[in-house]
Design a protein around this ligand. Sequence first.
Ligand SMILES: Nc1ncnc2c1ncn2[C@@H]1O[C@H](COP(=O)(O)OP(=O)(O)OP(=O)(O)O)[C@@H](O)[C@H]1O
Ligand SMILES: [Mg+2]
Length: 289
Amino acid sequence: MSSPAIKVNDLRKSYGTHEAVSGLSFEVRRGEVFGLLGPNGAGKTTTVEILEGYRSRSSGEVSVLGFDPSSREREMRERIGIVLQSSALYRHLSVHETLDYFASLYPHPRDVAETIEMVGLGGKDSARTRTLSGGQQRRLDLALALIGDPELLFLDEPTTGFDPQARRAAWETIRSLRSLGTTIVLTTHYLDEAQALADRVAIIKDGRIVAEGSPAEIGGGAAHDVQISWRRKDGTVETRSTDNPTELLNQLTGEALAAGEQLDELRVARPSLEDVYLDLTAEEDLASD
Ligand SMILES: Nc1ncnc2c1ncn2[C@@H]1O[C@H](COP(=O)(O)OP(=O)(O)OP(=O)(O)O)[C@@H](O)[C@H]1O
Ligand SMILES: [Mg+2]
């Protein structure tokens, strides 16, 4: 099947008079990792929870695995997995009991012990969930999203609170799920995470998409200048911008070689996803106050 996993057309959501989502349109292809980026309050969780069937929309068209999520059909819910931005767990149950319970809600669940290992909670099998550390609870959240062996996974800031090793382990889990064909919608504030995992990202600001494409396209896009810099003999750093770095480098190195000089600390830098993100989401309003 090559129809997209998710189709969103002119999605809008208002809370009272405040429009939090203001006409979003995008598609998520089957088997890709799609990143949703944007500042606090941009409308990411609102959008994701509409797709999951947890919130109603004000207007627009939404299709998730061919379903309208607002109809909350059981079949759709059995085929998706969810890590909510904030979750409420059964605090008196153990890790194993919690997963056992959720596994019983799905037609073809993953093995509970295997899932516990997958998220690195092996030693915490019989621990009450209320005794877990913040990062361990987040790992349990990830396990709960995986337990139903979903074909579409929604991860809203899944690695917030993870230590660096746990984050890398979660990245490996996400990569292996992707290689097995799972479609993944990933919300994150970690731009290195988006860069490492996402096939495509959308950057959202004030409920609108301000950029969309692969991290490489957005980061190193042709519209952006490449910066070439080096240290001169007098110690100052010279920086030139160019859209043709090959030619400029050839010229600069040619001149240096002819003069018998070195281009010390020579650097060629493309704007990173983070540079572009910060640029696109900058708050102009702050300056006018
Ligand atoms: N239940 C609600 N009632 C009223 N306003 C809400 C509600 N949920 C969200 N909002 C508002 O809608 C806007 C978007 O919120 P949302 O949670 O979607 O942002 P987000 O992009 O997920 O932010 P974050 O990065 O902080 O998680 C915010 O201004 C928020 O205050
Ligand atoms: Mg959010």
